[in-house]
Design a protein around this ligand. Structure first.
Ligand code: ATP
Ligand code: MG
Length: 139
């Protein structure tokens, strides 16, 4: 059975440009319920840990610098088939390849500065939710 939770981060580029409200509106308008949310600034070590799966990729160091460059908004989202439906809502990694109504096409500006993160599996969604939120922070 598909899980009903995914983890999102509104990335530093989109927060800095003031897109948080519009992005949350598109997310809730698409039927996702926000069950946890916080604004925070990732340290370099925390950003390295979050993206550790990419540590051997050429873009890892830049990605970590970018994710620690300013505040982000992290949230747990609930909906049936959350992981796949949310990745469809945000679009592919490169905003230029995303359909015009997707979150990345609307608010992202490059492959790296693509406005938003979405978990890629139920297993990673669980790990990523635990990375940001304890049980008292979930509703
Ligand atoms: P995310 O995990 O943030 O939801 P994704 O699953 O679409 O994005 P991944 O392959 O997991 O893409 O890459 C993680 C992030 O690393 C991307 O969202 C992007 O910010 C950055 N990234 C990926 N590929 C590149 C690249 N070729 N050059 C620069 N940055 C990249
Ligand atoms: Mg990913």
């Amino acid at each position: 059975m598909q899980g009903n939770k995914t983890l999102t981060m509104i990335k530093p580029d989109a927060v800095q440009k003031g897109f948080t409200g519009k992005i949350l509106e598109q997310i809730t308008g698409a039927g996702f319920r926000i069950t946890a949310m916080k604004m925070l600034h990732l340290s370099i070590p925390r950003a390295e840990l979050f993206y550790a799966v990419h540590r051997d990729r050429p873009f890892y160091s830049e990605l970590v610098q970018f994710m620690a460059s300013g505040p982000i908004v992290a949230a747990i989202l609930e909906k049936n088939n959350a992981v796949a439906d949310f990745r469809a809502l945000i679009g592919p990694t490169d905003p230029a390849k995303a359909s015009s109504d997707s979150i990345r096409a609307r608010f992202g500006s490059s492959v790296q500065n693509n406005a938003i993160h979405g978990s890629d599996s139920d297993e990673n969604a669980k790990m990523e939710c635990d990375f940001f939120f304890n049980q008292l922070e979930r509703f």
